[in-house]
Design a protein around this ligand. Structure first.
Ligand code: HAM
Length: 416
């Protein structure tokens, strides 16, 4: 029969990658909990409208990349393309703002975007996501960025660049947007790619971060947001930079950093690596002061980021898996119950091991024990059963001994 394959861009994560992912999640908990974050797990699917209103209908994510379908009642649902929208929905729906002044949520899990798969770009990928809802002060931006850099250093990631920009606010961005739009229109727009021709009308800032070299060259003298930021935005950005300077956190100002989601205001940032190919952005985020309001919540500020776990994994080596302590096998059918009981007892005593369920000859049991790479082979034949013993072989030095059942756990533990 024809084999069924996984969906393109959806991966199975076997032991090495799973161990690496578990390490990333555990490290994230350790670091983020130090900053007062708590964990929030939101659904993988939401009403499509949530993403349209938060991420923005003019973004690539909403226009081209969401997995959207109607449920049996004809309601439009989408698999989450990112975590922020769901976290904000949960915050508003549960009235969290009324209970706490500042809310810090950490989320991890799969996200879905229908992009062209390549190294570091999957259709189901995983994010570690943090949101800090409440503070409007620039120190909160600096704290989030510092926490991200601390986390990346904690997990052992080096040789990365932090890029910063300010995207302005509802006071200054509309005028800059208009200015940029007229500037773009004054160009020979035929040179721009099809996406940029469309974005020029709908979302002109996105033209700036188009990766097409010809578009970049054509727009290299475009007016910059930072030169047209209002006084408040300029002040905010200065404090963020000062706080990072005080901590010796290096950054580059990237005037073309716009981000692909429309909810950002003021500070936007990305962390980029040059060692993983074209998809070098390992984390990105920014401030989103109007977001909660746009989905029907109170007027409350916020800032957050997400790291792509697949991309972090490309920069790290999987931690070594621990060896099994034992491989246990019965040499004939009458001994199987005894072997089963011993295996259970060992695990309750915190030993790790597997049982070969088939009764085997000594030779074949030893072959299986070898394959399992366990430290000890535990074999049970009729004489062991009669004398309430276990035959235990140390697979590292080859020594072998009949050990009374009640001493087996300490024998294995001491031999470790
Ligand atoms: P984003 O830049 O779209 O931001 O994604 C954040 C990170 O997710 C990227 O830097 C990248 O590492 C990873 N990523 C994105 N798409 C893919 C993909 N197709 N395959 C593998 N990795 C991918 C957000 O999602 C915002 N929600 C971040 C945020 C949180 N802003 C505020 N709060």
């Amino acid at each position: 029969m024809a084999k069924i394959q996984a969906i393109k861009g959806f991966a199975d994560l076997f032991a090495d990658e799973s161990r690496l992912f578990a390490f990333l999640e555990q490290s994230a908990r350790t670091v983020f909990f130090r900053y007062g974050f708590t964990e929030l797990r939101t659904p993988l699917m939401e009403y499509t409208d949530l993403f349209c209103r938060s991420i923005g209908t003019e973004t690539d994510v909403v226009q081209k990349e969401m997995y959207t379908f109607a449920d049996s009642k004809g309601r439009s649902m989408s698999l989450r393309p990112e975590a922020t929208a769901g976290v904000m929905r949960a915050y508003v729906e549960n009235n969290v703002g009324a209970k706490e002044g500042v809310s810090k949520f950490f989320t991890t899990g799969p996200m879905f975007r229908h992009e062209r798969p390549q190294k570091g770009r999957m259709r189901q990928f995983h994010q570690i996501n943090c949101e800090c809802i409440g503070p409007k002060e620039p120190e909160a931006d600096a704290e989030m960025i510092s926490m991200l850099m601390y986390f990346l250093a904690y997990i052992g990631i080096r040789n990365i660049t932090l890029q910063l920009n300010s995207l302005g606010c509802p006071n200054c961005r509309p005028a800059y947007r208009d200015l940029l739009k007229s500037w773009l229109k004054s160009l020979d727009t035929d040179i721009l790619c099809e996406d940029c021709k469309r974005r020029m009308e709908t979302n002109p800032l996105r033209v700036l971060d188009c990766k097409n070299p010809q578009c970049q060259e054509t727009t290299k003298n475009a007016p910059l947001m930072l030169d047209h930021a209002c006084e408040e935005c300029a002040k905010h950005f200065q404090v963020v930079k000062n706080c990072l300077d005080t901590q010796n956190i290096a950054y580059e100002i990237n005037h073309r950093l716009v981000r692909g989601l429309d909810y950002y205001t003021r500070t936007a940032f990305e962390v980029v690596s040059n060692n993983i190919g074209a998809q070098g952005s390992i984390a990105g985020g920014g401030r989103y002061d109007g977001l909660v309001e746009s989905i029907g919540g109170p007027s409350v500020a916020g800032i957050g980021f997400a790291c792509g776990m697949e991309r972090l994994a490309l920069l790290l080596e999987a931690p070594q898996g621990e060896k099994l302590d034992f491989y246990i096998a019965a040499l004939d059918d009458t001994c199987r119950e005894y072997a089963f009981k011993a295996a259970q007892e060992f695990r309750r005593a915190e030993l790790r091991g597997v049982m070969g369920f088939e009764s085997r000859s000594i030779k074949s049991a030893m072959r299986q024990a070898d394959k399992s790479e366990a430290r000890f082979a535990v074999l049970i034949g009729s004489s062991e059963l009669e004398q309430n013993n276990l035959m235990i072989k140390n697979m590292e030095n080859g020594s072998q001994e009949a050990v009374p059942f009640e001493n087996a756990v300490s024998y294995i533990k001491e031999g470790k």
